[in-house]
Design a protein around this ligand. Structure first.
Ligand SMILES: NC(=O)c1ccc[n+]([C@@H]2O[C@H](COP(=O)([O-])OP(=O)(O)OC[C@H]3O[C@@H](n4cnc5c(N)ncnc54)[C@H](OP(=O)(O)O)[C@@H]3O)[C@@H](O)[C@H]2O)c1
Length: 294
């Protein structure tokens, strides 16, 4: 399959676009699989069109970023690279220092997207000011957040100047993404955060889309839908996260067979019957639920 085949993009932000299907890296570089196998898995995923790679300084204390560096060696321009800063590093001086360390481990000179991993002790306005300085210095192309609920999003500093933002709803909004837990078994964001994000043009990045490979994938309804499509439950779970505009999905897989299954999700289109069967087992939220975090 040619690179990037059939991959729609999310978040047409001026010159910056974000692929809809990507790959996570939590637990990489920690010895569960060899680093070479993990880098091979990421490279396979990129070849199959999963060109967004999500990592963080937290993962393996930087070891996951080193695995990503191996995976993107010689093909940096094909990849949309995302990393995250620890909340305790998210001060005015701490953000640029953490970013430099990540760039060094990743062996690149610019991140496509840099996220605050979750809210911590430093005022978010300070973190955003540091992100903006990094953007102006060319070290990151965009910034965003993770594990932010609707009220947190509403509290982000508005009216930052972004000459590259053309979408009318984004002209006063600098936040390029919010990465949150989202899969059929964790649908709380559908009540308020997802509609809010869509209205404000902020893409949602769905983390743990296959429920970390656990109980979710053994669910009989998910398995029945998968059987109808000749797909795996994991592919159905990922396709389910991608069924709506403005959502990016980042399954993690170190196993090559898993990578192939996950890449197949991009071509799956769930029917109204599929969705109704899944709704019956995984009902959408009927009231506000606090944002779940892992
Ligand atoms: N911002 C945050 O706070 C936050 C929190 C959690 C995650 N994340 C990001 O989101 C990414 C994804 O989330 P996650 O890693 O928690 O969970 P996940 O992607 O839902 O699940 C990963 C686990 O599922 C297994 N798996 C993957 N594809 C499979 C398939 N087709 N069939 C069966 N099992 C499969 C993987 O096994 P193998 O590795 O053996 O293939 C791995 O053990 C992370 O890696 C990270 O980049 C962000």
């Amino acid at each position: 399959m040619p690179p990037d085949a059939g991959q729609p993009e999310v978040g047409q932000l001026g010159a910056v676009t974000m692929p809809q299907l990507g790959q996570g890296t939590w637990r990489m570089g920690e010895g569960g699989a060899s680093r070479a196998q993990e880098a091979d898995a990421l490279r396979l995923g990129v070849d199959l069109g999963m060109t967004l790679i999500d990592t963080a300084e937290m993962y393996g204390d930087g070891a996951a970023e080193e695995v990503v560096a191996d995976a993107i060696q010689g093909q940096r321009s094909r990849v949309f690279l995302v990393s995250k800063v620890y909340p305790h590093n998210a001060s005015r001086a701490g953000v640029p220092a953490a970013c430099e360390r990540s760039l060094r481990r990743l062996r690149t000179d610019c991140l496509d997207l840099y996220l605050l991993h979750w809210r911590g002790q430093h005022p978010v306005a300070e973190t955003v000011a540091a992100f903006e300085a990094l953007r102006q210095a060319g070290k990151i192309r965009r910034w965003g957040v993770s594990n932010f609920d609707t009220r947190d999003m509403e509290g982000l500093p508005p009216a930052l100047q972004h000459p590259d933002l053309q979408h009318p709803t984004l002209q006063h909004w600098g936040c390029a993404a919010n990465q949150v837990l989202y899969n059929p078994g964790a649908r709380g964001i559908e009540f308020d955060l997802l509609p809010w994000s869509r209205a404000h043009g902020v893409p949602i990045m769905a983390y743990s889309p296959v429920g970390q490979g656990g109980r979710l994938l053994r669910d009989p309804a998910l398995r029945a839908v998968a059987a109808r499509h000749g797909a795996t439950p994991a592919a159905i779970a990922i396709a389910w996260t991608l069924r709506q505009p403005g959502v990016v999905s980042i399954p993690k897989a170190a196993d090559a067979a898993h990578v192939r299954q996950n890449a197949a999700a991009a071509a799956l289109r769930l029917t109204p019957e599929d969705l109704a069967e899944l709704d019956a087992v995984f009902p959408p939220p009927r009231r506000k639920q606090p944002l779940e975090m892992l």
